[in-house]
Design a protein around this ligand. Sequence first.
Ligand code: AMP
Ligand code: MG
Length: 398
Amino acid sequence: MISFENALQKVLEESQNYGNESVKLQSALGRILSETIVADRDFPPFDRSTKDGIAIEYGEGVDTNKRFNIAGIAQAGNPQLTLEDGSTCIEVMTGAIVPKDANTVVMYEHLQKEKDGFIITKPVLKGQNINYKGSDRLKNDILLDSETLVAPSEIGVLASVGKSKVLVKKLPKIAVISTGNELVEVDQNPLLHQIRKSNSHTLGALLKNEQIDADLYHLPDEPVSIKNKIESLLQEYDILMLSGGVSKGKFDFLPEVFDELGVQKIFHKVLQRPGKPFWFGKHESHKTIIFSFPGNPVSTFANYHVYFLPWLNKTLGVTTPDFTVFLSEPISNTTDLTLFIGVDISWMDGKLLAKRVATTGSGDLVALSKASGFIKLKPKESLSEGGSVSFIPVRRIV
Ligand code: AMP
Ligand code: MG
């Protein structure tokens, strides 16, 4: 049996490149950019007033209650006006072009209105309240690097430079397949010996977080129907993500079916808990990669995070972040397995502190909903309270 590190390395060696596709701006959210985004013009594109007030030409006496007659109004969205002389002002709104020959903006709060003019009531600095053309970014500056994750703030940048269509990394086409005669649909009432399917829905939801719309399938524990279905799915999908049917049970048919279908086994079983019976392989000619996770919900869930997500990140050209948290209690691993332990985390004196979530084992999927992530303990690793440990988040930390 191979170690977790070795298994992860073998999974990462199978990272792929699915190319690029052009998507509408709003559909780019959560995707990985495949192009470098440059400024199509200066940011801002003109000398922009940052306040509502008056634009003046800074000159002698502005600090001494100087009065300016109003000669016009510059509204945001209107072409540039011209300030005719130093004794007049043009009212200027936030976002409007500063009038030609004006060089300073005084906000209304620092003015006293008087008939057709304004008197300055506060000291003025030459050039104040103007966001100069190109002072944020210059035309052709790089605004977003390729391989950037598009979050809402990136959507704003893309919109500003006119990207109604965005080139992003193409995502793999994925079939999520649950296996097991004991499983019934969510809307059914299970008999005593049955349970409702959960893994395929969890995996489907996890993939949705990655903007992947997976198709869900179910297979009974029956080798002929498994073989026929997997054979056709191999041709249709980039990834088959299975749960169940890879352990030592009498009805765990997947490893032999993969073998019969010419799927190359890269490894089966890893020195880890949960998720030990993980089967990983690929079909050379169809270029399909198979992540076949053991059926226990916690095993499937942990393996998705520790293998599939790093694989997806590498495939999309992004690095998987390394997180470290601190232990709120001593933990020791006396086994020769890599352990993934569900923890809840909270802030304590500026540090993220991990506390073990109570669980009865790999079947306890309710415990997962209490966990912020898994800590990873190496074989035979003993850590004392306050010790730092590698952390794999499984949800947004709030
Ligand atoms: P297996 O890996 O097929 O031996 O399954 C291990 C355990 O996980 C069994 O108790 C199964 O009933 C359970 N299990 C397998 N697949 C699923 C699933 N899709 N949803 C919920 N539980 C499952
Ligand atoms: Mg099973």
